[in-house]
Ligand binder design. Sequence first.
Ligand code: 6YU
Length: 516
Amino acid sequence: MEPPGARGNPALPARPRVLIVGAGVAGLGAAQRLLRGSRCFADLCLLEASGRVGGRIRSGRLGNKVVEIGAHWIHGPSPKNPVFQLASEYGLLDEDAMAEENQQVEVGGHPILPSVCYSSRGQLLSSDIVDSVGALFSTLLENAHKFQHVAEVPVPSVGEYLKKAIIQEMKEWPDDEETKQLKLAILNMHFKLECCVSGTHSMDLVALEPFAEYTMLPGLDCTFPNGYEGLTNCMMASLPKGAVLFNKPVKTVHWGGSYLEETPTGRYFPVQVECENGEKFFADHVIITVPLGFLKEQETFFSPPLPSQKTAAIQQLGFGTNNKIYLEFEQPFWEPDCQILEVVWEDESPLAEPPVDLQATWFQKIPGFIVLHPPERYGYILCGFIAGKESEFMETLTDAEVLSALTQAFRRVTGNPKLGPPKNILRSKWHSEPYTKGSYSYVSVDSSGDDIDALAQPLPEEASNSKPPQVLFAGEATHRTFYSTTHGALLSGWREANRLICLYDIFESSNYTPKL
Ligand code: 6YU
């Protein structure tokens, strides 16, 4: 048996054992930092439910082309973005992404790329009207960022705020009824795009007051030429062999106890982690990095249950679905330099109720498609984004049903009834993934940034140097300003690793004398 308090603090073991649940970028980042930050964390392992690392960073193949099923861009690739830094160190980015001038561009997350806008009438819309309505929407969205710390917000949600502002704006529109309806339809396309950005069904669910807490870093969003997964694969390769245990879905985290590991060198541990197959793992500290969507559906994941503030944060914070649909075409129907195809359904408006017949209209929730670029690398591939309930409905359809619906839609919006169908399809189904249950988090109207902090607090609540933290929380949903991103997830993993490193280092470097 190992003597307790060997590091100068009777509450700390000499060789702490750390478990990390989940091997996404948060879990891998925590592991890397612990192993590099102090020699005392050599007894560490990650329990991963699936057979791979990366979690929501996942690259796939469409034919022989690498495409992203999960995270797509490095948002704000610049020196303060740790994912950009790590990807640069691993040599995973191309020259353009690394260029100094790219790192300084400020586009507020909405880069301007050559685009065209199709309408449900089968015509291309004029760039004048599309650009002017786009500029209006950007201004209104920017205004929605001005309510941070405002004691009384005019309406609870970003969606309601935008709609009220549009009603005001409309009073000044000199246009005829038809043009007004077209402008509303274009605005509706922007609402759908924002739903994809925020990962929500409706902007009416996204809280107005904390909207500006989400922070954008400078830099022109960039991609990984050989797949985002290269990042998490490199991180995994830097860990000792066998550090990640695959296919170990955790069923229950027992904490606040005293669990005897029955081995010749065994001792008592405050945490015991039980897997779905009955296997048990013992730990002094466990870092939980499972997605918020998973936590929402697992009421018995912690034993004893979590304190009420944490349960409330889990229930109230938003976690929605944003999926991608990749379509490969034999020949492009778009111009060679075009990088975005927007689609406007002319009878829609953000001021009207959305269609209710999912079967008949689910695909109308797609605001548009990005063209994978450059064509020399990708051929002719479009990537559509779709958020919310329509996205979850899409997951229940077969590939053939999705292909058929989208072929009809493309024929309608291009006005070409003979347009050939895509030759290949690949799509994500993040809501059906049992260990994710959606795409990423947002601050819902029932929550605030304080809930993110509450979620990030370690347990026990009264943790102190004499009562060390047993259960620590990381993952994108625990980062107050960078939630929903890979860099937020990575920073959250580092934050929890640092918490443990500080705890142990304090006693290593101080003149602390234990009470014997
Ligand atoms: C980004 C982007 N991006 C598109 C899509 C998705 C996401 N994101 P993980 O889930 O990775 O790891 C947890 C692990 O735990 C996992 O391996 C599980 O298997 C395992 N696990 C679960 N349960 C377990 C159990 N019981 N036992 C054991 N293991 C278990 N981020 O930076 N750029 O372009 C996109 C995008 C379709 C789905 C994204 C993007 C989000 C990131 O992918 C995500 O945050 C991190 O990968 C999460 O890492 P993790 O380690 O925390 O969890 C104003 C304002 C609005 C705010 N939003 C701004 C927009 C930003 C979002 N951008 C969006 C878009 C795209 C396209």
